[in-house]
Design a protein around this ligand. Structure first.
Ligand code: GLC
Length: 657
């Protein structure tokens, strides 16, 4: 080829490139003064099919090389449970990682930013030193939507402190059977309580002006996009088997499992995640009637629908058996972004071929990409694509830990406070000779945090993150003169021979997540029952249960003097001591039925035959020491006045006589 021709080709290429950048330099979609809808329309009109499909692709952070991000115009990256840039990574480490992905993403032709997602489901729980709040089962027991909104505010700040803009929360499952391994992610068996707790969306995303109700909203760089999950009926599967089949008619689905989605949409939730489960045998990831027909067309959801992790793979059995079919079914059902997260090349190739061969219409692709871009424009991601290092100190801040401590206090439910004919056990006295704290669950930060903490399946030590165990909280709450003895599994004769004033027994179930938590027996982990019998058979005891759900406790009820459900309180164990010793009152109420035996399950409050150990809404109260002292004075007030009056009279008579 002659030099002239080469020069001509080079010039054409340069002119094209400069025109492209010139074309987009002043493009309408880059103008923040334009409406999000106008920006979406303009940008969509400029995108190739490959760029559109890239935006629909969410990949795991381990796949997100600079070349992949640019070549495929990847729209989103995620951390799965426990996926961190390095052990005990700091806020800055996280931000450096996320900003690195963003820099690569912005090199794509149209400069479309990526969005990074993570499961911040009870605080920023993947992250070392983050504040870990009580899991949802405990928050439901608070019956305090404002508290939950404040938790959302704090969580958004801690997520943004790491440069992340999107959380896969809240889980608005209505858990109907505690045998489900994800029941602790559900606020309640009662959809009305779950609906109230969608207030957390306002905390996470910000509260939209009245004129903007019902459309995706993220108000500022200290807020994050939220995700109502898992659509729909995830908490209603048969026998609580995770990812299984929810057998109910449309009335049952709409009256129990759907209401919280309406509340979430009205509150501006930006995304909805599809459930692995099936409804009457139809996989939710392939359910066009419910995703497109109901969620998008009837409920008018305008954000984007995201699949669960390899959720479309599980449309087939075995998962991935026919991936092309999975892609076809999932996208046609109405899924807009696919959490692939590894086989993104297969996903992109399959979807591209399905569109080019007219199996999937371009309208479907445009609907998906428009929704994704709407969220990105609405949350200001084009204007502020990178993290804000000034937020770093929000991670695990004392103010957030105080909030978590308040949440722990309000989540505890007092189920028993005395044996028949005996005085109440709680609140406990701080100043006594000697107390026993028994049970390994008293001294294990991992146990009290539960699953989805640091690791997907949680941890079982005191060093994987920063917090206060229940034992340490007790030690700091009692009078310095009170001796505190800790024993994981004390023999009965040890208890008898030590003359303890009282004992605090902490038992429960170890951490788990998803299917690993499915249980047919719901028993206390050994040696819990032994610890209860050895300790409570010898000295006055209060038993504290650390669990993601009600467990079998009925056989020990006669032995136990006082019983507290503490759920999965998180890092701030002081909240437990606050109410044990009367600095605050017990106010929590069961958000779930506490069954007598597992043979009763499923057992929910509206069942015709309802014979629980403790019903939905149950919770004893105590009087705090402050309240008690004031009430004592008030009680004795009249007789004190009588004494003063009679002294006055006798003095008067003496003088007068
Ligand atoms: C998990 C969960 C989902 C979570 C997602 C990303 O399998 O089902 O709740 O958001 O994958 O970690």
């Amino acid at each position: 080829m002659s030099r002239l021709v080469i020069l001509l080709v080079v010039n054409i290429v340069l002119v094209c490139c400069s025109r492209t950048s010139a074309q987009t330099e002043n493009a309408l979609y880059k103008d923040p003064n334009q409406s999000p809808a106008a920006r979406v329309k303009d940008l969509l009109g400029r995108m190739t099919l490959e760029e559109k499909i890239g935006q629909m692709t969410q990949i795991d952070r381990t796949m997100a090389t600079p070349e992949v991000m640019k070549t495929y115009s990847i729209g989103s990256v995620l951390s799965g449970g426990g996926s961190t840039p390095l052990p005990q990574a700091t806020a800055q480490d996280w931000m450096n990682m996320v900003d690195g992905f963003q820099k690569s993403a912005l090199t794509n032709r149209l400069g479309i930013p990526m969005i990074y997602g993570i499961d911040a489901v009870h605080g920023h729980n993947n992250v070392y030193n983050a504040t870990i709040f009580p899991h949802n089962v405990g928050l439901g027991a608070t019956r305090d939507p404002d508290l939950v909104k404040r938790i959302g505010v704090a969580t958004a700040l801690e997520v943004r402190a790491t440069g992340i803009q999107y959380t896969f929360a809240p889980c608005i499952a209505v858990c109907r059977d505690p045998r489900w391994g994800r029941c602790y992610e559900s606020y309640s068996e009662d959809h009305k309580i779950v609906q109230e707790m969608t207030e957390i969306i306002y905390g996470l995303q910000g509260e939209p002006p009245a004129s903007r109700k019902g459309i995706p909203y993220v108000g500022g760089k200290d807020k994050v996009a939220a995700c109502a999950k898992h659509f729909v009926g995830d908490g209603g599967t048969t026998r609580g088997v995770n990812e299984n089949n929810t057998l109910t008619d449309m009335h049952g689905l709409l009256s129990i499992h759907m209401p919280a989605y309406s509340d979430s949409i009205i509150k501006g939730v930006s995304t909805v995640m599809v459930s692995y489960s099936s409804w009457n045998g139809v996989k939710m990831h392939a359910n066009r009637d419910l995703i497109t027909g109901f969620l998008k067309n009837t409920l008018k959801f305008k954000g984007f629908v995201i699949s669960d992790w390899q959720g479309i793979d599980r449309i087939t059995s075995p998962p991935g058996a026919n991936y092309t079919f999975s892609v076809l079914e999932g996208i046609q059902a109405g899924i807009d972004m696919v959490m692939v997260p590894y086989s993104f090349k297969d996903f992109i190739d399959d979807l591209t071929n399905l569109v080019k061969n007219n199996y999937i219409p371009m309208e479907r692709i445009d609907d998906a990409v428009s929704r994704i871009l709407l969220v990105k424009f609405t949350m200001g991601l084009f204007e502020t694509p990178f993290g804000d290092p000034s937020l770093a100190n929000e991670l695990g801040s004392e103010a957030h830990r105080d909030l978590a401590r308040e949440a722990v206090r309000k989540s505890l439910v007092l189920l028993k406070n005395s044996k028949p004919g005996e005085a109440p056990v709680l609140p406990l006295q701080k100043k006594v000779q000697k107390i026993l704290v028994a049970g390994d669950y008293a001294d294990n930060l991992g146990y009290q945090c539960g699953g989805w903490t640091i690791n997907w399946q949680g941890f079982t030590d005191n060093k994987s993150t920063r917090g206060t165990t229940i034992l340490n909280a007790i030690k700091s709450a009692v009078d310095p003169s009170t001796e505190v003895v800790f024993q994981g599994n004390p023999p009965a004769d040890f208890v008898k021979s030590n003359n303890f004033d009282y004992a605090i027994v902490v038992v429960g179930e170890p951490p788990y997540a998803e299917t690993a938590g499915d249980s047919e027996t719901l028993t206390l982990a050994d040696p819990g029952p032994t610890v209860i019998n050895n300790v409570c058979g010898a000295v006055q005891c209060v038993v504290i249960i650390i669990s993601g759900r009600p467990l079998v406790i009925e056989p020990y009820m006669n032995t136990i003097h006082a019983l507290v459900a503490a759920w999965l309180p998180g890092t701030e164990g002081q909240g437990v001591a606050d109410v044990l010793f009367g600095d605050h009152e017990f106010t929590g109420k069961l958000a779930r039925t506490w069954f007598k035996t597992v043979d009763q399950l499923p057992l929910n409050s509206e069942d015709s035959h309802y014979d629980p150990l403790f019903p939905l809404g149950f919770g004893l109260k105590t009087v705090s020491l402050v309240t008690r002292s004031v009430s004592v004075a008030a009680d004795r007030g009249p007789c004190i006045l009588m004494i003063i009056f009679s002294l006055f009279i006798s003095l008067y008579l003496k003088v007068a006589m």
